[in-house]
Design a protein around this ligand. Structure first.
Ligand SMILES: Cc1cc2nc3c(=O)[nH]c(=O)nc-3n(C[C@H](O)[C@H](O)[C@H](O)COP(=O)(O)OP(=O)(O)OC[C@H]3O[C@@H](n4cnc5c(N)ncnc54)[C@H](O)[C@@H]3O)c2cc1C
Length: 395
């Protein structure tokens, strides 16, 4: 007879490790199964290897979900400061990069080690290289079948993440299991992901590859002031990743390349420098390569004095730079996405515990759920908070 655990957690990523430690700490017989040979592979590559592990200013506006109230309860009950207390208790040094975004000072490895230590301290059993293949429920008992064994439990937590980055374990296992148990799924898309550009636009912008500049990026849903990066495939950088969360195929996005400049700035520059050309003004405010591209694109004269331009033509130059619109033909997909938008429908889950309303003892946490955070440490905060909520409710 296989041992009957209080809880089996599938997935040893951010949410799974946190859930295992919470359950084990509460004295529950806990088993964590991870398909990879190491724990927390996504944590290790996150934040450029330094893991932006939370955001002190996390608020409801930083999360996207079909039910905009669903995530509030779990996030409220496990704040960024609670995770920070844990980080500090392990003596892990961290830095605040942008407002509220906390990164490890040395390495994301410290976060994985900390979570693993918490699991071991409270005797959670961990099996690596162990991919759950099938799940069934008979009466009150879940059976998890792997290539070699079957494990049983009273409760089952799916913390299998989403589709991004298949080479380190991204897959649709959690979505498939949800469907098998009759739970609905919202449509899923790669998000926090770079855009591709059309071949013709790419040809023109190829010289800009590697150029980064601060922009305001916006559509009819939201706007962000962040950096944009031109790449050899298209557009990336925090501005693009952020807006991609609020973008659907076929939609356009607008970019203000001069977020801190208005027409008045150019007019007063003309008054004090009437003999300078437009590209001198632009080069004071934008990267040189970008100005060269833009002046060529707009056929702007580099020799005319600013004094020779009409007010209307100067206004048009600024307006065009402040409202460039592009319709990306697509994104770089799950290979480059930081997260999956969408997932197990929150209609199916208790917002307090993340337990399925239909199947007693079945929980979904972390990225597999239809709750997605913006760039900036919010996705890990959701992983920790949803895991904490589920972990506390395991009986
Ligand atoms: C490049 C990159 C950088 C990122 N940087 C940040 C950042 O700095 N800050 C931030 O907040 N977010 C960041 N994210 C997003 C963040 O990593 C995810 O939101 C988070 O890891 C989700 O946690 P999770 O536990 O739900 O899923 P994951 O961390 O993906 O863990 C799921 C685990 O389940 C395992 N698994 C899947 N199927 C099975 C199975 N059948 N059997 C056993 N195990 C299985 C997988 O191998 C994996 O280890 C980044 C993502 C990427 C790709």
């Amino acid at each position: 007879m296989p041992k009957n655990y209080d809880v089996i957690i599938i997935g040893g990523g951010a949410a799974g490790l946190m859930a295992a430690s919470v359950c084990a700490k509460r004295g529950k017989e806990t088993l964590l199964l991870e398909a990879n040979k190491n724990l927390g592979k996504k944590i290790l590559i996150s934040g450029g290897g330094r893991c932006n592990f939370t955001n002190l200013f996390a608020s409801n506006d930083n999360f996207l979900c079909q039910n905009p109230h669903f995530f509030k309860s779990a996030l409220k009950r496990y704040s960024p400061y609670e995770f920070l207390d844990l980080v500090e208790s392990y003596g892990i040094e961290y830095v605040e990069k942008a407002a509220g975004q906390l990164f490890c000072k040395t390495s994301a490895r410290e976060i994985v080690n900390m979570l693993e230590s918490e699991c071991k301290k409270y005797n959670a059993e961990i099996i690596l290289n162990c991919s759950a293949q099938r799940i069934s429920k008979d009466g009150e008992t879940f059976s998890v079948t792997t290539a070699t064994d079957t494990y049983e439990s009273k409760n089952l937590i799916l913390a299998t993440g989403g589709l991004p980055i298949a080479q380190i374990g991204g897959n649709d296992f959690g979505l498939k299991i949800a469907k098998e148990f009759g739970l609905s799924i919202t449509s899923v898309e790669p998000a926090l992901v770079p855009y591709k550009l059309s071949e013709s636009l790419l040809k023109k912008t190829s010289l800009l590859s590697g150029v980064a500049l601060p922009v305001r990026i916006f559509n009819d849903k939201i706007s962000f002031n962040e950096d944009l990066l031109f790449t050899h495939k298209g557009l990336s950088g925090p501005a693009i990743l952020q807006i991609s969360l609020y973008w659907n195929a076929g939609e356009s996005v607008s970019i203000d390349f001069l977020p801190s400049i208005e027409i008045d700035n150019l007019m007063s520059y003309r008054r004090s420098h009437p003999k300078r050309s437009i590209d001198t003004f632009l080069k004071n405010n934008l990267p040189k390569k970008f100005v060269e591209y833009w002046c060529k694109r707009e056929s702007l004269s580099l020799t005319d004095n600013l004094a020779d331009y009409s007010n209307e033509s100067l206004t048009k130059i600024i307006t065009d730079l402040k409202s460039f619109t592009v319709t990306p033909p697509g994104t770089e997909g799950y290979r480059k996405a930081e997260v999956m938008r969408g997932g197990v429908s929150t209609d199916e889950l208790s917002s307090k515990t993340l337990e399925s309303k239909k199947v007693q003892g079945l929980y979904f946490i972390g990225e597999v759920v239809d709750v997605t955070g913006q760039l900036g440490g919010f996705n890990f905060q959701w992983a920790w908070a949803s895991a904490h909520a589920a972990g506390l409710s395991i009986t």
